[in-house]
Design a protein around this ligand. Structure first.
Ligand SMILES: [Fe+2]
Ligand SMILES: [Fe+2]
Length: 204
């Protein structure tokens, strides 16, 4: 088959279905990323509110990361309309989850704050890597956007790992719990889209 010639009949229909499925996956990627950034913003804002009176020395670091997350959410929001991606129906759940996680960890201490950041950023990293693998031949613009955001998320992860002063069983349990909560939130907020997307990413 000559790849430069237009497809006809059944081949054309198959190609259309393929690109439709790809577009749906791209819309899911944006929806879940936008919701995730919204949750991250709520986490950092809640932690900052408590850190102001309990650990003022780390407020500036948290504010810097918050600034990145605000930028990420805006950049994903900007990329959504042209790809027919809608905001998550359960965005409020991300806000509540983020607030609970941010407040709870900040009250537990600074180590819990960094354990929270490390766990969330690790989960983010897994998803972004999958997404980049899917996007690199399908949507160069979104690929570049996610790649640049990923480098900032990686700096958050590195920063949190460097600031963790304990890696004992409590921190391990906390990180695992936050990882599970993050995955459940992704699943719930996308009504299962995250699992379908992961399956799509594996099969394409
Ligand atoms: Fe982010
Ligand atoms: Fe981040």
């Amino acid at each position: 088959m000559d790849p430069t010639q237009p497809l006809a009949g059944r081949d054309a229909k198959a190609a259309d279905c393929g690109s439709l499925a790809a577009r749906r996956t791209i819309a899911r990627i944006l929806k879940v990323n936008h919701a995730g950034e919204h949750g991250a913003i709520r986490i950092y804002r809640s932690q900052i509110a408590i850190a102001r009176w309990r650990y003022p020395d780390i407020v500036q670091e948290l504010e810097e990361m918050l600034g990145h997350e605000v930028g990420h959410r805006a950049r994903f929001a900007e990329a959504m309309p042209s790809r027919h991606a809608k905001a998550c129906r359960m965005l409020i759940l991300w806000g509540i989850g983020g607030r609970l996680l941010g407040t709870g960890t900040a009250l537990m201490g600074r180590n819990a704050i960094w354990a929270c950041t490390a766990a969330v950023e690790e989960a983010v990293h897994r998803h972004l890597n999958d997404q980049l693998a899917f996007l690199w031949r399908r949507d160069q613009e979104l690929y570049a956007l996610i790649a640049s955001i990923k480098s900032e998320e990686l700096s958050h992860l590195d920063h949190a790992e460097a600031r963790l002063t304990s890696r004992g069983p409590i921190v391990h349990i906390l990180r695992r719990s936050i990882d599970v909560i993050t995955e459940v939130l992704i699943f719930l907020s996308t009504s299962g889209d995250s699992l379908r997307m992961a399956r799509d990413l594996r099969t394409k």
